[in-house]
Design a protein around this ligand. Structure first.
Ligand SMILES: [Fe+2]
Ligand SMILES: [Fe+2]
Length: 138
């Protein structure tokens, strides 16, 4: 999946935009590390790093976005928040799996599908709707 940042994703809110750029940059660095083909030890470290990033920076980013949507009286706040909660749910189950079984093939693939691809899709789709709303208010 394409993970290049594109200016069409801009919301015009500096804080959200710079966080999105950071998410794209960090994920592409971590993905280009080619976790699938690493030896077991390195793979463990790389996946741990990726999960830590998702659970730290990304979750803080959701909070920023939610605060902002509340302030702007965004009409689709509930739906948007629900998607963030879905991410949290799959993220927690990935962490539990990782703690129990380590960086197995299954967890690497599940992290890619349920967290990374999901996140990119969310930024390009659901977050993009916030952009459209802001532009219409200008
Ligand atoms: Fe976002
Ligand atoms: Fe979002």
């Amino acid at each position: 999946m394409e993970i290049m940042w594109h200016e069409s994703l801009e919301t015009g809110v500096e804080k959200i935009d710079s966080q999105h750029k950071e998410i794209f940059a960090r994920i592409s660095t971590l993905i280009s590390a080619d976790i699938e083909n690493m030896k077991a030890e390195d793979r463990e470290v790389a996946l741990h790093k990726l999960l830590r990033f998702l659970g730290g920076y990304v979750i803080d980013h959701f909070k920023t976005e939610e605060e902002f949507m509340t302030k702007a009286h965004y009409p689709e706040y509930d739906e948007h928040k629900k998607e963030h909660m879905e991410f949290l749910k799959s993220y927690s189950s990935l962490v539990r799996m990782f703690e129990k079984e380590g960086a197995t093939d299954l967890i690497v693939t599940a992290t890619q599908n349920q967290a990374v691809d999901w996140l990119i899709k969310h930024i390009k789709g659901t977050d993009q709707k916030v952009t459209a709303f802001l532009k219409s208010k200008k």
